[in-house]
Design a protein around this ligand. Structure first.
Ligand code: HEM
Length: 419
């Protein structure tokens, strides 16, 4: 392919409006020709905000790995999106911090993720998945996002807060969707992209803080209570920090699994042979199948770092203060690492599939990756065993340079008879 045929200006929303195949061709060209490529500044998030810096696009698996594992040079503290959002840490918790501050937060939270707690959360997850499919399966047709893929992580995430009220669960789900959809026209009525994001994070933050205070007084059997009580070397998170952490999870835990599930249903519908192979031995094959779907369609397209000093990456000079964007959607299809990278092949073992959907390794590698995979496994099992002839239509994709999101996904199947 010639460079004239490829528009490498991935800064504008116009680029992201194009079909996914155009994005894939562009990233393939960049990997092969300009693996560390300079891009102009993105469109401003708000008329009052100067989104004035351009950024380096890092598209090769090895380079994403190198940057992710070197926080001394590539910092997260100045922001993790291409777009510049002000007051980051008050909205996004420790994902926008560097060691040693990051390490102490992550250690405290990790204390809450004990095997006993994880087991309890997994049991809850499986129960919630079943309940959602109990409602969806008898319906026979509808938007799979509304009926299932949004509902499952929304309810699971609400259970992390200890929330049981249906209206409040719906509020959390809708606000979490808004948080990741700052550029999508569905939310333009709220205001500029910055206002859409800030409105969602502040509403989630308020709700999370209220629940964190409540759990501190009356701890329950939920993740928020465990995080509130967790201590590492005598340090605990303040109630405000717990609140902000749960607002981060709204995007990190909720939206990611929601969009992954929708992509999986689409991928298996497009590849019935792979679905049949999976269902011959679901428990033996589901882990590899889920990793392969995450490789093909990582729900988070990028995270960003900022260079703390002049440095070099794959022969390219990077200056102190430059933004460096790690394209997980590109690294996960790098032909130097994956054979036939554009082919869904659930026979790839984990060893053959070091995809970057959960990041490139290093201190920020997804804390919830095991939980996410468990949730997706339970969801696929219930759907594929109870909605066996499910037909999936065209996905309506979110307009975003960050979230590889599916807003709507039509589905049709033989309704399950209510017992
Ligand atoms: C398919 C689902 C998911 C995907 C694809 C995903 C992906 C990611 C990615 C790419 C990162 C950043 C990695 C980096 O910058 O190096 C991340 C961070 C994080 N994820 Fe996930 N995630 C998922 C589900 C979850 C779940 C279910 C939870 C929690 C229960 C979770 C909690 C977090 C947290 C807390 C961070 C920040 C970690 C840090 O900064 O130390 N994620 N995730």
């Amino acid at each position: 392919m010639t460079s004239e045929a490829i528009d490498t200006n991935i800064s504008t929303l116009k680029f992201w409006e194009q079909p996914r195949q155009v994005h894939r061709d562009t990233f393939k060209w960049l990997r092969e020709n300009r693996p560390v490529n300079w891009n102009d500044p993105p469109e401003a998030l708000d008329p009052g905000l100067d989104n004035a810096k351009g950024f380096w696009s890092v598209t090769k698996h090895a380079d994403i790995r190198e940057v992710s594992r070197n926080p001394k040079v590539f910092s997260s503290a100045d922001g993790v999106f291409i777009d510049d959002f002000p007051q980051l840490e008050t909205m996004l918790s420790f994902i926008v911090s560097d060691p040693p501050r990051h390490t102490s937060f992550r250690n405290i939270v990790s204390v809450a993720f004990t095997p006993k707690h994880i087991k309890k959360v997994e049991e809850q997850n499986t129960k919630i998945v079943r309940e959602v499919i109990d409602t969806a399966a008898p319906q026979g047709e509808g938007d799979l996002c509304e009926l299932i893929t949004k509902e499952v992580p929304g309810r699971i995430f609400a259970s992390y807060f200890g929330i049981t009220d249906d209206d409040e669960i719906k509020y959390v789900m809708d606000t979490a969707e808004q948080m990741g959809a700052w550029s999508d026209p569905d939310y333009a009525h709220i205001g500029s992209p910055l206002e859409v994001f800030a409105d969602a994070t502040s509403r989630l933050g308020e709700l999370a803080l209220r629940h964190a205070k409540e759990r501190q007084k009356n701890p329950g059997e939920d993740l928020m209570s465990w995080v509130s009580q967790a201590q590492y070397e005598g340090e605990k998170m303040t109630v405000e920090e717990v609140g902000v952490f749960f607002a981060l999870l709204a995007g990190a835990a909720n939206d990611t699994t929601r969009h992954s599930a929708a992509h999986m249903l689409t991928l298996f519908h497009q590849h019935p042979d792979q679905k049949a192979y999976l269902m011959e031995d679901f428990s033996g094959r589901a882990d590899d199948a889920i990793n392969e779907c995450l490789r093909m369609e990582p729900p988070l397209m990028h995270f960003r770092r900022t260079a703390l000093q002049d440095t070099e990456l794959n022969g390219q000079e990077i200056k102190e203060g430059d933004k460096v964007v790690l394209w997980y959607i590109s690294g996960s299809r790098d032909a130097d690492v994956f054979e036939n990278p554009d082919t869904l092949d659930i026979k790839r073992s984990w060893k053959q599939n070091p995809h970057q959907a959960f990041g490139g390794g290093g201190p920020h590698y997804c804390l919830g990756n095991m939980l996410a995979k468990q949730m997706l496994k339970a969801e696929l099992w219930e759907i594929f065993t109870r909605m066996k002839d499910l037909e999936v239509g065209e996905p309506d994709l979110m307009l975003s340079n960050f979230m590889n999101g599916v807003m709507k996904l039509p589905g049709k199947w033989t309704p399950e008879k209510k017992s």
